[in-house]
Design a protein around this ligand. Structure first.
Ligand code: 5GP
Length: 189
């Protein structure tokens, strides 16, 4: 059974989670794809809700068994991937799958699902605004912020021309309206 998918990718600090959560609330036919990861759970995260948590060894075994649609080592030693069983689970309900995955994963998933997929790259208005947001968030050291900013700049370069839609998150309310419109058009087309 084949259905539709929407893909969101963004450099950190671009506001991806806020936009994705807003859309999930607004459109009941959307369902979040729970990825598998080898990183440890953080805070209140629960297995089977934010992620399916596995050890690195289990994750490698699942790669060998060809159980993934796509997988990436997003951070050194931390694997993330979309299980084929997750895609089947959501489509079996007649829902549209929402992927929140890294930029390379987003490009791969778009290539796999073609016209059944709508891919959105969420972008902070500029590298400087992104830096200010990360400073304002107050959760990272100056060194960590520079690393994230450098990663974001290279992701923006990599993403250019590879997504169906680029959503510039300058003003959040405007970005949410724009997201409502483009995603509404795609899922109800
Ligand atoms: P976090 O560890 O902060 O939850 O996620 C780190 C990064 O991994 C985020 O950019 C997130 O979008 C990405 N990610 C989450 N799940 C997947 C996945 O299944 N595949 C890929 N390629 N990236 C993922």
């Amino acid at each position: 059974m084949n259905g539709k998918v929407v893909i969101f990718s963004a450099p950190s600090g671009a506001g991806k989670s806020t936009i994705v959560n807003h859309l999930l609330k607004k459109y009941p036919e959307l369902e979040f794809s729970i990825s598998a990861t080898s990183r440890a759970p953080r805070g209140n995260e629960r297995d089977g809700r934010e992620y399916y948590f596995y050890s690195a060894e289990q994750f490698r075994q699942m790669i060998a068994e060809d159980r993934f649609v796509e997988h990436e080592e997003v951070y050194p030693g931390s694997f993330y991937g979309t299980l084929k069983s997750e895609v089947e689970r959501i489509w079996a309900k007649g829902h549209v799958i929402v992927f929140d995955i890294d930029v390379r994963g987003g490009v791969n998933v778009k290539r796999i699902f073609g016209d059944s997929a709508f891919s959105v790259f969420i972008q902070a208005p500029s590298v400087e605004v992104l830096r200010q947001r990360l400073v304002g968030r107050g959760t990272d050291s100056a060194e960590a912020i520079e690393k994230r900013v450098a990663k974001a700049a290279s992701e923006m370069e990599f993403a250019a021309g590879k997504f169906d839609y680029v959503l510039v998150n300058d003003d959040l309310d405007t970005a949410l309206d724009e997201a409502d419109r483009v995603i509404g058009n795609f899922i109800r087309a």
